[in-house]
Every structure is written in structure tokens, then in C-alpha cells.
Design a protein around this ligand. Structure first.
Ligand SMILES: C[S@@+](CC[C@H](N)C(=O)[O-])C[C@H]1O[C@@H](n2cnc3c(N)ncnc32)[C@H](O)[C@@H]1O
Length: 243
């Protein structure tokens, strides 16, 4: 279990600033939002953070509701998007919404992995399933339990910057081998894993798609499709940071 509560980490000014400063969708998100979120859909955006996904989803939606558990994240979000509906809720209890009230539920950027207990994670999937209309879609990402190799972005950089990025990638890869390779989560393909390099140390759940599929079935959902986080780039499992 997580010894540092998520609620505390996502209230730190440095962490809020990270999510406040992000505006772009990842390639996989852009494709899946396009394919799965229809015009006029009712969309629930869980763990909305700094609102990175808001402009993309809200312009498609007939109803858009953002939710986050961190009051500090929400305060910053309200300054940026005063017109949006925003609620302080824990994604493990969506009792504020009736059954079948959304066409799409989104929990982006591995937010579900920061729920600190397996029971909380199970409740979150069950709640997403309950508030989705039949045929609706849950879009989310999860950390890959088998991610080891950090791939640098080298295109469009000069030789000095490329050399620096290669060195950095080598350092991250060595750190991943030391931290992840010996863990039960790596061997079994699922479990809690401590990432010392993110936000000064963050415990998150990590999993392979093969592990997530039965979690979804338990909640009455089906794993219809998944893409690697580096999409449209390809890469082996060991190079995929999240799905
Ligand atoms: C990794 S950030 C992602 C932010 C944003 N969705 C994005 O894609 O940029 C995770 C967010 O989920 C929120 N969060 C974590 N656990 C949550 C929970 N149980 N219920 C609601 N929000 C939660 C955090 O406060 C944080 O804002």
C-alpha cells in the first residue's frame, strides 16, 4: 500500500505546477478521444488535474464534468476554466451521479494507478461501470508493469543535446532496472511499485493489459482496445511506459 497519501502529493505546489503546465494530448489519447467520444456525448473526466484534457473533451461534449480529489488542483483549475462544472470527489465513490449518466468516463495519465489500495481501485472501476450508459466507454491509462527501457527523443536535436538526452536515458534505464526488475510487480505483471523519480517518490499501481482485462470484467466492463503510451511510435513492451 501507499505510505504517502496521494491526496498529499497532488496538493504540493511543485506537483500542481507540473500538471498546470501541460496542455497537449498524447498521441494515443488524441486517437482514442476522436474514435470513442462522439459529438454531444456526456463526459465525466476523473482526476482532471490541471485540465490538460478539458479543452479537447469539453468542445465535443454536451455535458462535461471534471472531478478531482485535490482541492489545490481544483483551485488552480477553477482559475483557468471558471465556466466548467467541477466537483471535489474521490473517484472511488461517484455516488453524486445516477446510474448510466455518462457516455464516456475518462481517467487520464495513469490517475487510477495512484489510488492507494486494491479495494479502492476495484471500487473505482465498479463506479465507472455504474455511471456509464450501456455501450459507453471508459478511457484510461495504466503504468506498464514491464517498463524498463527509457527511450530518448532525439529527432530535431543537435549533437550536444542528443548526447545529453542519451546519457539521461541511460541513467533512467539503469534506475528502472535497479528499482523495478527485482519487484514482485515486474515478475507477476501487476502490483504496487515505488517510483523514486516522480514527484520526489510516488507509489503507484503498475500492470500489464493482461492483468487489467480481468479487473475490468469484474466491474462489468470489457477491454476493447489498448495502445502503447508512445503511440504512434512502436516499441517492445520493455519500452512502453504506460498503456
Ligand atoms: C497524474 S494526474 C493527471 C491529471 C490530468 N488528468 C492529466 O491527464 O493531465 C492525476 C490526478 O488525479 C487526481 N486523483 C488521484 N486520485 C484520485 C481520486 N481517487 N479521485 C479523484 N481524483 C484523483 C490527482 O489529484 C491528480 O490531479
Amino acid at each position: 500500500v501507499n505510505s504517502r497519501p496521494t491526496a498529499e502529493i497532488y496538493t504540493r505546489p511543485d506537483v500542481v505546477a507540473v500538471y498546470d503546465g501541460q496542455h497537449e494530448l498524447h498521441g494515443a489519447e488524441a486517437l482514442l478521444f476522436d474514435d470513442c467520444v462522439k459529438t454531444d456525448a456526456k463526459v465525466l473526466d476523473l482526476g482532471v488535474g490541471g485540465g490538460r484534457t478539458t479543452p479537447y473533451l469539453a468542445r465535443l461534449a454536451s455535458r462535461y464534468v471534471g472531478v478531482d480529489v485535490s482541492e489545490v488542483m481544483l483551485a488552480r483549475y477553477r482559475e483557468k476554466f471558471p465556466e466548467m462544472t467541477l466537483l471535489r470527489l474521490d473517484a472511488t465513490d461517484l455516488g453524486a451521479f445516477p446510474n448510466e449518466s455518462f457516455d464516456a468516463v475518462v481517467f487520464s495519465f495513469n490517475g487510477i494507478d495512484t489510488i492507494p489500495t486494491l479495494e479502492g481501485r476495484r471500487r473505482c472501476f465498479a463506479e465507472c461501470s455504474r455511471v456509464l450508459r450501456p455501450g459507453g466507454t471508459l478511457l484510461f491509462s495504466v503504468h506498464n508493469a514491464r517498463y524498463l527501457i527509457f527511450s530518448p527523443v532525439l529527432g530535431g536535436t543537435g549533437p550536444v543535446r542528443a548526447a545529453w538526452r542519451l546519457l539521461y536515458a541511460a541513467g533512467r534505464t539503469i534506475a528502472h532496472f535497479a528499482n523495478r526488475f527485482p519487484t514482485v510487480a515486474f515478475r507477476c505483471g501487476a502490483g504496487f511499485s515505488f517510483d523514486p523519480l516522480t514527484h520526489g517518490g510516488l507509489m503507484t499501481f503498475v500492470a500489464t493489459p493482461q492483468h487489467v482485462a480481468p479487473e475490468l470484467i469484474d466491474a462489468g466492463l470489457i477491454l476493447a482496445r489498448y495502445l502503447p503510451g508512445q503511440f504512434p511510435g512502436n516499441g517492445c513492451t520493455l519500452r512502453t511506459p504506460w498503456y
